[in-house]
Design a protein around this ligand. Structure first.
Ligand SMILES: Cc1ncc(COP(=O)(O)O)c(C=O)c1O
Length: 384
């Protein structure tokens, strides 16, 4: 078997690399990023690594990174304010798996419970709710993307006999809105609801709020039962991954002993990526708490810079407190495509992830304004 790639295929790889080099310079609309050099981890590509099973139990299969995975979970436990609360978790394939895990735990704890989630919730959640066969009700969103608490209150009131499972957004996909956990808990208390479950979808903001001075409630100290974060968003892992954490008592309900792998399993998947925990561990050890504080402060300054630049060009743009998602009116479709800007309805957004510089913002707004002017000129041109 030849070990050398035929020249035609090598050329295709070279072309792909050059396309990625260019496209990465025009990516301001999605929450992926590139912060540090991961090449010191390249030697680990030589091994078949599989983190199958419970990262907290010894397994017959030893080519895993469970030890590093546990350290990653411990770090997240600390930034997510678990304190002395018994919380565990594992490294997932992404935010979606973490949300699925939260819904799975909630359904096991409250079988027959109703899941409440807002209109601005990530599209994958409806898919998850079908998979776990959960009864669910969509709650209205306010115009800024946060849950409409009056609608939540009214709807919960109608179903007071069924335990609620609240799917709270800690940073919505499109507008970065944060559902208020304190308000949600007050509503549950006012309605005298004794049994409930709160899952936090903190895909991006779970790695922002721990590093700002005045965060909205987001962690275990705010009464959540589980939380999911994406590892390829703010931590900048170059492949999809994530972290899910939950109260140990909920995890215990689903953990099963599996003879074949010689360990217990409390995860959703069978085989699990052994490299991603190493990448997350590496970024945490390299940057640490202080590194992320600095990064978030700079990203926030660039968000404000973007809003000011939009304003200077007569375009209204805004962001939620502690959010890096800058929302502006959808326009000039080709320019949005060029810069990989996400849209929904009348809104577009850019996200000032660590790789987005003031220079990117300037270039994008210049492109956007020029394209919008051109369209307007064409519209108003009087036919000869
Ligand atoms: C709020 C929110 N939840 C969940 C997800 C899904 O996360 P992932 O892409 O890591 O599966 C996203 C992705 O953008 C998101 O923005």
């Amino acid at each position: 078997m030849s070990k050398i790639l035929p020249p035609g295929d090598q050329r295709r790889l070279d072309d792909l690399l050059s396309r990625f080099t260019d496209d990465a310079q025009h990516m301001i609309g999605y929450p992926g990023t590139h912060i540090i050099d991961f090449s010191p981890l390249a030697p680990f590509l030589e091994f078949f690594l599989n983190n199958i099973g419970d990262p907290y139990s010894a397994s017959t299969f030893r080519l895993n990174t469970h030890e590093f995975e546990r350290e990653v979970v411990t770090w997240f436990k600390q930034i997510l304010r678990a304190g002395e609360t018994d919380v565990r978790g594992y490294v997932t394939g992404g935010g979606t798996e973490g949300n699925m895990y939260g819904m799975y735990l909630a359904r096991e704890l409250l079988p027959g419970g109703i899941v409440y989630y807002s209109e601005d919730t990530h599209y994958s959640v409806a898919k998850i709710l079908r998979m776990v066969n959960a009864r669910s009700i969509m709650i209205k969103s306010r115009p800024d993307g946060e849950m409409d608490y009056d609608d939540l209150m009214r709807t919960l009131h109608l179903h007071r006999d069924v335990p609620p499972i609240i799917f709270a957004n800690i940073g919505t996909t499109m507008r970065g809105a944060i559902d208020n956990l304190e308000t949600i808990k007050t509503i549950l208390k006012d309605l005298a609801i004794a049994r409930s479950y709160i899952h936090a979808d903190a895909a991006l903001s779970g790695m922002i709020l721990p590093f700002v001075d005045d965060p909205q409630p987001f962690g275990f100290d705010a009464g959540i039962d589980s939380i999911a974060i994406s590892g390829h968003k703010m931590p900048g892992c170059p492949m999809p991954c994530g972290v899910v954490l939950a109260r140990q008592a909920h995890i215990d309900r689903i953990a099963r002993s599996v003879e074949y792998i010689g360990t217990s399993d409390m995860t959703v998947a069978g085989s699990r990526n052994g490299l991603t925990p190493l990448f997350l561990w590496y970024v945490i050890k390299t940057l640490g708490h202080e590194g992320f504080r600095d990064i978030i402060a700079e990203c926030t300054a660039i968000s404000d810079y973007a809003i000011a630049q939009f304003k200077a060009h007569g375009i209204t743009a805004w962001r939620h407190k502690n959010s890096l998602t800058v929302v502006f009116p959808r326009q000039a479709e080709n320019t949005l495509k060029k810069w990989q800007v996400a849209t929904q309805g009348k809104d577009a957004h850019l996200i000032t992830m660590p790789h987005v510089t003031r220079n990117h913002v300037d270039q994008f707004i210049t492109d956007l304004v020029a394209a919008t002017r051109k369209t307007e000129t064409q519209k108003t041109a009087i036919p000869a």
